[in-house]
Design a protein around this ligand. Structure first.
Ligand SMILES: *Cc1c(COP(=O)(O)O)cnc(C)c1O
Length: 462
């Protein structure tokens, strides 16, 4: 009998399992255009194979992989193809997949320079590149996290620290109970992740000074209360339904007069700043205090990848500090200084690869093309007889029809088709279809096929 250790050494030695994985991966990639964009009900049935009790005896590695491919693959959503328009889920640039493969083998622990010099170096590089790309103040520092939810959390943790510190209250020492008040200013259309962040930070919904948003989901400037130095103002660059941008420049001017903190949730929309054609949407972005953005949406890095950017390095690093006898900091910037985690994936690798591959020009082209495709989609659905509900300023297209029931039926038809996938949402009390163009791969032909299905769905539900 071979020992388990010997068995694993053999697997590393003969590479058969890895060759099998490579083959499966290529099969998946090669059939991306033919397969269903979303699993059928039958496909989903196959997932029951995973509902077994933990086996007593181990399983051969190749058999483990085989099960994952044969049955597990059926439960995948093809957001890396060109006709998935759900949520704001990005695709993955080929170079980011290849570099992720390689770095998976490296299996780096990204928390410290000491545990992964390459990750720390690439974080430093990405930080400088992003600051330059978005035109942010030079003192801005970045943290590399799982997504914008986590980036929002880091930013607002820094904001909370900063606003209290200025009132003579060290939250790390004294905690939140009994702290001087912080005013939180937000509009109704903030993303769910902001509400979650506020809860995590000990701020209740009733503490927020909610202000209305307009028909596109933008903050209404006239409703902004008088700000002071205890305020945290939460803005959005890219509404998850309409893609609309808040009036960043006006709000920042008012906030900076009194020293209020402005945070911008720009999960997918911050990338507008990298497009010559669209950067008007983010004018004066650099006047804010912190920003959150995803790699895995607009930039098309693999999951998961989010970035927090903050112009108050001390506030952020103090708010997120970690100490312990065994944590050995280097004289470089250690990744865990700007994130909640200690151990973490070396996700800067794919982010770096995406930016190095595309360059400024390529990033501009990627972002601008997503917008162009969204405009094509908007035009097509309008001609097909739908009601276009938003100004397509970025990559989101919001579509309505004659009744909620009909929209529900249409969404069903679209999902059953397997040709494309679009999310349902509610907008101003109506059931709507929400299409997000988020893949480098989406072509004119993908748009045409999608419009054809939508047109058919409209005809069948008449
Ligand atoms: C997607 C999104 C988030 C959350 O980002 P995750 O990467 O999913 O954590 C936050 N805000 C906006 C506007 C988003 O679109």
């Amino acid at each position: 009998m071979k020992t388990l250790r010997q068995q694993m050494l053999d697997e590393l030695g003969d590479k058969a399992m890895f060759e099998q994985a490579t083959l499966y991966a290529y099969q998946y990639l090669d059939h991306l255009e033919e397969g269903r964009v979303y699993p059928s009900a039958d496909d989903l049935e196959e997932l029951s194979t995973f509902q077994e009790p933990l086996p007593d005896q181990g399983t051969d590695g190749k058999a483990v992989l085989e099960q994952l491919y044969q049955q597990g693959r059926k439960g995948t959503v093809q957001h890396t193809g060109g006709r998935y328009f759900g949520f704001v889920n990005g695709s993955a640039l080929p170079v980011t997949l290849a570099t992720k493969w390689l770095s998976d083998v490296w299996d780096q622990c990204g928390g410290l320079y000491l545990t992964s010099p390459i990750n720390a170096q690439l974080e430093a590089t990405c930080e400088r590149w992003l600051v330059a790309l978005f035109g942010l103040p030079p003192e801005t520092i970045a943290g590399f996290v799982s997504g914008t939810s986590m980036a929002n959390l880091c930013a607002l943790t820094a904001a909370r620290y900063h606003l209290l510190q200025r009132q003579g209250w060290d939250i790390n020492e004294k905690g939140l109970a009994g702290a001087p008040p912080i005013r939180i200013i937000a509009h109704e259309q903030v993303h769910a992740s902001i509400r979650k962040t506020l809860a995590l930070l000990g701020f209740g919904q009733q503490q927020v000074e909610w202000i209305p948003s307009d028909e596109q989901g933008r903050l209404v400037l006239d409703s902004l209360p008088v700000l002071d130095e205890t305020c945290m103002v939460l803005l959005q660059a890219g509404n998850a339904n309409t893609g609309a941008f808040d009036p960043i420049s006006n709000v920042c001017t008012l906030a900076n007069k009194v020293g209020a903190w402005v945070h911008i949730d720009g999960a997918f929309g911050l990338w507008a700043a990298a497009s010559k054609k669209l950067q008007y949407l983010t004018t004066d972005l650099a006047q804010a205090s912190s920003w959150a953005v995803d790699g895995h949406k607009t930039l098309n890095t693999p999951y998961d990848s989010g970035i927090v950017l903050c112009r108050h390095p001390d506030a952020m690093m103090t708010a997120l500090q970690a100490s312990g006898e065994y944590i050995i900091y280097s004289d470089k910037k250690d990744p865990l200084l700007t994130t909640p985690e200690l151990s973490k994936r070396a996700r800067a690798i794919e982010l770096w690869a995406a930016m190095k591959y595309l360059g400024r020009k390529g990033i501009d082209e990627l972002v601008t093309t997503l917008h162009l495709r969204a405009q094509q989609l908007a035009k097509g659905v309008t001609l097909a007889g739908y009601e276009l509900l938003n100004e397509v300023v970025f990559n989101q297209v919001l579509v309505g029809t004659t009744s909620d029931d009909r929209m529900e039926e249409i969404l069903q038809i679209v999902h059953n088709s397997g040709t494309c996938w679009a999310g349902g949402s509610y907008w101003q009390g109506r059931r709507v279809m929400r299409l997000s163009v988020c893949s480098w791969r989406t072509s004119q032909s993908d748009i045409d096929q999608t419009i054809a299905i939508l047109q058919q769905a409209l005809a069948t539900t008449e």
